[in-house]
Design a protein around this ligand. Structure first.
Ligand SMILES: *Cc1c(COP(=O)(O)O)cnc(C)c1O
Length: 400
């Protein structure tokens, strides 16, 4: 079926909640995706940080299909090996004690909020439920995680929103200290605000938040849905900050392309989450976990060193391009701020030249697969150099 027909049918029957690019993707291999008419794209989006090993990695596809032929699902009434195997690896890699598996980032954050509140209720009574999040954060699209998301644009149409969420500006430890009271249960944050524009938190601030949480016995939840699983050159972004949260959530890159979310927690928080407190029909699905096991196994020290090397190469190259004001983020989570061109225009021009990129707020955003090669980084830089080299400065647009 040709692209035009695919797009027309989708537009007729699929709910219009996305602003899609007029591109149909049919198959992929490594960094490349192909359209029905043979269009070829170098993909620096990895399905928004999901395809951590690129398209259709051989070992990943093999593990997933073998598991699909063996046993595809059982529910959580019974044990299967891939789920426990993955949970053990995640605990060993992160120093956390227990894992709950769900199916998405938002769901992982829901689980984290529930676990934090349970801890607080068990130890301090039912009036201690407030979760403080950061302005400009993004935590998901379910009602509770929308409420947790510290951006007013998301707090429309779907009210009443949940009680028990408060917001403070990122980086302002005094504002946080002032807001904490006897009703505060947890602090939840991304170490690099992804959807908020690829903005990394200041390490000193993060340490101060940890200290405040220790002092008040607040549960510190770090949302690593986008930053986790090798994206920043370490298994968790927490390692860059020398941070040990009480709860870490993972999702995007963990499954290598299949839906999974994970709530990792320490013993203290895990204790309260007994039988019946939480659940998911699909959570811990053996096919998905078989794929995730391949992803986690691939991320050894030499692989992560490669990620960091590619990140340096990419960042060094980007900094030399015209119109570029600064580069943000850590590792292969890259934000690019321009002086005088619009990120959306750069994205459209790159697409014309077969390079897929993302935006986040006013920045261009790159989230290539972690398997990106030196040559592929060079190719992307070449396209960006061509695109930016021919772009005329535009007057800065009013922010929506
Ligand atoms: C993408 C994202 C989410 C939401 O994940 P879904 O799988 O879309 O529910 C939550 N938090 C962060 C930091 C994200 O980047």
């Amino acid at each position: 079926m040709d692209s035009e027909k695919v797009i027309k049918r989708d537009n007729e029957y699929v709910l219009h909640t996305y602003n899609r690019s007029p591109i149909v993707l049919e198959k992929g291999h490594g960094l490349y995706a192909e359209g029905p008419e043979g269009q070829k794209y170098l993909d620096f989006t990895s399905g928004i940080g999901v395809n951590s090993l690129g398209y259709c990695d051989l070992a990943w596809a093999e593990a997933v299909s073998q598991q699909a032929h063996k046993l595809q699902h059982t529910s959580n009434l019974y044990y299967t090996a891939p789920c426990g195997k993955l949970a053990k690896k995640l605990c060993k890699r992160t120093g956390q004690s227990r894992v709950f598996f769900g199916n998405s980032g938002a769901e992982a954050n829901e689980g984290a909020i529930k676990a934090a509140r349970k801890y607080s209720v068990d130890h301090y009574g039912k009036d201690r439920y407030n979760v403080i999040t950061l302005v400009n954060s993004f935590h998901g699209r379910t009602l509770a995680t929308l409420t947790a998301t510290g951006q007013e644009v998301f707090h429309n149409y779907f009210g009443p929103f949940n009680e028990g969420f408060q917001y403070v500006p990122a980086g302002d430890i005094e504002a946080l200290r002032e807001l904490v009271d006897r009703h505060t249960c947890a602090v939840m944050m991304e170490l690099i605000q992804g959807e908020g524009g690829v903005m990394a938190l200041d390490p000193e601030y993060v340490q101060a938040v940890r200290a405040l949480c220790d002092e008040k016995d607040l549960v510190l939840i770090v949302d690593e849905v986008q930053t986790g699983v090798g994206r920043t050159g370490t298994f968790l972004c927490c390692e860059h900050y020398n941070l040990k949260p009480d709860i870490v959530t993972l999702a995007k890159g963990l499954g290598g392309g299949l839906p999974i979310g994970a709530v990792l927690m320490n013993e203290k928080v895990a204790e309260g989450m007994g039988p019946g407190t939480h659940g998911s029909t699909f959570g811990g699905n053996p096919v998905v976990c078989a794929g995730a096991n391949v992803v986690v196994d691939r991320l050894d020290q030499s692989f992560l060193a490669q990620v960091s090397e590619r990140a340096v190469q990419l960042r060094t190259g980007l900094a030399k391009l015209p119109h570029v004001k600064n580069i943000s983020g850590i590792g292969l989570m890259v934000g690019i701020e321009f002086f005088d061109v619009q990120a959306a225009d750069v994205l459209a021009a790159c697409r014309e030249k077969g390079l897929l990129v993302l935006t986040a707020k006013t920045r261009l955003r790159l989230l290539p697969p972690l398997t990106v090669s030196e040559h592929e980084v060079d190719m992307a830089l070449e396209v960006l150099a061509e695109v930016l080299g021919t772009m005329e400065p535009t007057a800065p647009k009013e922010q929506a």
